[in-house]
Design a protein around this ligand. Structure first.
Ligand code: PMP
Length: 305
């Protein structure tokens, strides 16, 4: 992977190579880190780079730090500035993926809250078309982590060991991506994506108490679907077999954007092709992310203007 020239460490712009974490740190030993994956889009006509829903991402980072009992608390404006400084330091003018991480450094055990180090990098992340992103998905026998053990609601590095096991499990079976069920057997989410289906014209997604990350893309899509498309919406428990008989299904997330799920467990979803609601939602979402429409300007932070 090509890497950026500069990254941010504790608010300072430094060369990429110098941003390291010691192997005895709780971040390295136990996965004691929290992070955000954020996206930025280049708008050629406006010669501007927009960060999508930056404030919502930094708010969730602070929530993750609170839940994981990190001793530090960063100011929202400071976190936003760190992201913008990192992009400007590299003069990024292409679609990219930004990682903002708070890591437990020092040499403590499981129960320390600090010292915390804040690191940020912007990596290449070109946006793809829906046709390039269709997925065959398999349900894993690994169950999604539960709030009573390690909370999926927030983005802790260690949570992704669950994602990793499930994804490797289904990839060994020939699928592209994984779908997790909750310990009770309801649909939860993917390894790094939330799930939506269209059934009887209604857009359905598991509720935020279904063992899922409180996804910012999920909230964005629900708002677009409700307000712009006037679709009926249901946030509720979802069964695996509902996906088999749905008209459409798709994964959504900051990195994934929208990926049509064209089959689950080898069974075609709907016609097995990209659905109309899926493509309508993606074209609206993309224009909001890239700023090719003027509505909801509060979701876009311009970097250079
Ligand atoms: N679920 C999980 C487990 C994720 O890692 C992600 C990616 N952050 C998502 C859902 C989608 O969340 P968001 O829309 O906030 O990126």
């Amino acid at each position: 992977m090509t890497h950026p020239k500069f990254v941010s460490v504790d608010g300072e712009i430094v060369p990429y190579e110098t941003a390291t974490v010691h192997f005895l740190s709780p971040a390295a030993k136990y996965g004691s880190s929290v992070f955000e994956g954020i996206r930025g889009y280049w708008n050629e006509d406006k010669s501007e780079y927009f960060v999508f829903r930056l404030r919502e991402h930094v708010c969730r980072l602070r929530e993750s730090m609170k839940v994981m009992r990190f001793s530090e608390d960063y100011d929202e404006n400071y976190l936003c500035r760190v992201v913008l400084d990192t992009i400007r330091a590299n003069n990024i003018k292409a679609d990219s993926h930004i990682r903002l991480s708070a890591l437990l450094c020092g040499e403590g055990l499981y129960d320390v809250g600090g010292p915390v180090s804040l690191m940020c990098a912007a990596l290449p992340g070109p946006s793809k078309t829906l046709e390039e992103k269709t997925l065959s998905v398999g349900v894993t026998s690994w169950r999604r982590i539960h709030d009573s053990a390690i909370p999926p609601r927030i983005k802790c590095g260690a949570n992704y060991q669950n994602s990793r096991l499930g994804l490797m499990d289904v990839k060994a079976g020939g699928y592209d991506k994984v779908l997790f069920l909750t310990p009770a057997g309801n649909v939860a989410e993917g390894a790094g994506e939330c799930i939506f289906i269209v059934r009887g014209g209604c857009l359905v997604t598991p509720s935020v108490t279904s063992g899922i990350l409180e996804s910012i893309t999920r909230e964005t899509i629900l708002e677009i679907a409700r307000q712009d498309l006037g679709l009926p919406i249901a946030e509720r428990e979802m069964d695996r077999t509902e996906i088999y008989v749905a008209e459409e299904a798709f994964f959504a997330g900051t990195m994934a954007e929208i990926c049509p799920v064209t089959s689950l467990d080898g069974i075609a979803v709907g016609s097995g092709a990209v659905g109309n609601v899926t493509s309508d939602l993606w074209s609206r979402l993309e224009s909001l992310c890239r700023g090719t429409v003027d509505s909801r300007a509060e979701w876009r932070t311009p970097v250079y203007g």
